[in-house]
Each structure stands twice: as C-alpha cells, then as structure tokens.
Design a protein around this ligand. Structure first.
Ligand SMILES: *Cc1c(COP(=O)(O)O)cnc(C)c1O
Length: 384
C-alpha cells in the first residue's frame, strides 16, 4: 500500500490537485477512440486554446511532460541546418532549450540574463536590430530563479523582426496571462502539473496558424511521436488512432480547464497575483529576503532567501513535518533559498495554513520573530 499522508504541495509543480480533478482521474478508463474521449480530448483542446487566448491555431494534448512539449515546439518549427534560433534564458529551462537545440543540431544562440532577472526588452530590441533570427524562444517563468519575463514586450520586438515567437509557459500558463492572438505569440508550450493543477503526465502545446504553416512547410522533421502533423487528425477527431492518449489524464485535464473557465481567466490571474503578494509580504515580515529581482517577481512562484540563522535542510524538514512541502534552491542558490510554488487551484485557506506553518517551523527552530507579524502582513494584502 502506498502512503496516504496529505501534505500541502507548494513546490514549483506538481501543484495541489483539487478533488474534482482527482475524481475525474479516478473515473473508469474508457476507449481512447470512444465517445467520451471525443468530447473530452476535443473539449480539452478547445479550452486550452481559450486559456491562451488563441482563436485560430491548433492545440495538442500528448502524454509526456513539459520537456516533451519543449521538444515538440522546437522540432515542429525549427529546421536544422537552416533556421536560426535565439533563446532568451533566465535560468534553468532556457539552458535546457539550448540543450534540445544541440541534441537536434539546431543552430542557436542564447541571450542569458543574470539569475533572478530576465532579458530586458530593449536588450532584445538591440540584438534583433543587429541580427536576424527565424525563431525566438523565451521561458515565461523560470522555475529555478522565479523570474517572470516580460513576454508581451518581447512579442512586440519579435513581431517587428518577423520571427516566430515560442513561449515556454510551463510555470505560467493558466496563472499568468499569455495572449497569443493579441500579443503575437506563435507557440505556447506548457504542461499539466503546474498552473492547471493536474497530476503530471501531459505535454501541452498551442500552435498559431502561422506556426502551423511553418510546420506544414517543413518537408520532414527529426521526430515521430513529437510530430504535430501525426497528432493533428486525432486532436480534431479522437475516433482516429495514432498512439493511445492517456484517457484518464485527458479527462482530468478537461475537468481542470472547466474549473479554470468557471473561475474566469482574469479573476484567476488576479488571484494568483494576490496570493503571491500576500506570501511575499508575509515572508518579508519574518525577515526573509527574495532572490528574484523585484522587477521580475512571478505570481506563480517565489524564491525566498533565508535570513541569517535559518538553515535550509532543517527548515524544510521541519516545515514538512508541519504539513507543507517546498523545494530547495538549484545550482548557485542551493542552501540559500527555498522555492515555493503558489499556483493552480490554491485557496486562501491553504495560503494562510502555509504561512502559519512557516511561523511554527521558525519558532521550533528557535528563530526569533514578532509573533503574528507575518499573518498580519498577509491579511493586509488579502483583505477581509
Ligand atoms: C517545470 C518546467 C519545465 C519542465 O517540465 P517537466 O514537466 O518537468 O518536463 C520546463 N519549463 C519550465 C518553465 C518549467 O517550469
């Protein structure tokens, strides 16, 4: 028997899974080509397009995770030996984009921001004036550094240059606006387990009409399972077969998108922003700093830096005992910060529980602070 001991999962994904989504996941497995999948896979694609504000274009829901969707976005648009890709990197996942390009021999350059920041739009402008690229790729929120890139402004610069614009929204889509049509984003790639609040297992991509035309213009690509043209007929009509969709996951994803649309996109984005501000206010009142440059704070994830006297491993272990799971720092930030995801279907009560647990944890570690100050600071942001 596996261990059933519920903890509040505030890592940078997977995020907590709402009982409606768990119930959808537990429903009986159905035929992948049957009527239920016809409604749910197609419905999931339609809703996914609404969530990224894409009125035309095509959505793809494929078994896998974020890294597969990164690969799908690149392989279906960038021709090796021909196209030139510019990667705007603010940390861990920008680097991974470069590794994928390398693995497939795709000609690429990386503009790397200092950790904790993103590339400034005028830096991008300056680069695009000097040099032309076929494809620009940006991470929206980097999971290691908590830096949120100004993708709307990037999109303006990319549009002027005529390149295709790919956004890695794995830690953002469904929590922070990504307006494909209005801003001019050509591919949003994402995954189920972050702001959608679905268990891991799905790679998600939305391609604009322009990105679809780019794929159609490529004679062949070095991919089979990741080739969107093999998936397109299935997304349009799930009665057809290419490779078996993971039906229970698809069903739970469909339920998650319905919850998102019921909440409303703008209210959901505002909720993410509100929770993020309250968490920062609260941790700030306890003496935590923040690794991320304030100009690039993300509303899906925070990277608090420990005050003097609080040791990383002891803090996270004790917080775990108090019911909350957070992640440690990566690479250069290891031991100095923890990473707290606050995305998906988080509730106000869960935010307050997490903050109380942090206080309790610090108290038992012997760290001195003003009791109640953190909840008061959170309450001031959250309001009544
Ligand atoms: C989590 C994440 C990924 C990787 O997703 P996996 O599902 O772990 O493969 C990629 N990009 C960003 C921005 C992420 O946050």
């Amino acid at each position: 028997m596996f261990i059933v001991k519920e903890k509040l999962l505030l890592i940078p994904g997977p995020s907590p899974v709402h009982e409606r989504i768990l119930a959808a996941l537990a429903a009986p497995t159905v035929a992948h080509t049957g009527p239920e999948m016809q409604a749910e896979l197609k419905g999931g694609c339609e809703n996914l397009k609404r969530i990224v504000f894409c009125s035309n274009g095509e959505a793809f829901i494929v078994a896998g995770a974020g890294t597969l969707s990164m690969e799908m976005a690149l392989l279906n648009t960038a021709a090796a030996g021909k196209d030139r890709v510019l990667i705007l990197s603010q940390g861990y996942f920008g680097e991974r984009m470069g590794q994928i390009c390398r693995a497939f021999g795709i000609d690429h350059e990386v503009m790397e921001a200092e950790w904790g920041r993103a590339i400034f739009p005028d830096e991008l402008d300056a680069r695009l004036i000097k040099k032309t690229y076929d494809i620009i790729v940006s991470t929206h929120v980097d999971t290691a550094t908590g830096a949120c890139a100004p993708v709307e402004e990037y999109a303006r610069a990319v549009k002027r240059s005529g390149a295709l614009f790919i956004v890695d929204g794995v830690c953002a889509t469904g929590g922070i606006p990504e307006k494909m049509d209005d801003w001019g984003i050509d591919v949003v790639l994402t995954a189920a387990q972050k702001c959608f609040g679905v268990p891991p297992g799905l790679a998600l991509c939305v391609f604009s009409e322009r990105a679809m035309a780019k794929r159609q213009g490529l004679a062949s690509i070095p991919a089979y399972y990741s080739d969107i043209l093999r998936w397109l007929p299935i997304m349009k009509d799930p009665v057809k077969y290419f490779s078996t969709p993971c039906v229970n996951e698809v069903r739970s994803f469909f339920e998650a998108t319905r919850m998102i649309l019921e909440e409303g996109l703008e209210p959901r984005f505002r909720r993410h922003d509100l929770f993020a501000r309250s968490i920062r206010a609260s941790l700030g009142a306890l003496g935590f700093g923040f690794f991320t440059d304030p100009e690039f704070y993300a509303s899906t994830l925070s990277v608090p830096a420990y005050p003097a006297g609080v040791e990383d491993k002891a803090f996270r272990a004790e917080l775990y005992e108090n019911g909350v799971v957070v992640a440690g720092g990566l690479a250069q930030t290891a031991g100095k910060v923890f990473r707290m995801g606050h995305m998906g279907n988080l509730t106000r009560a869960e935010v307050l529980f997490a903050l109380e647990s942090v206080e309790k944890t610090l108290d038992s570690l012997g760290y001195r602070f003003e009791p109640g100050a953190s909840l008061k600071a959170a309450g001031a942001v959250l309001g009544p």
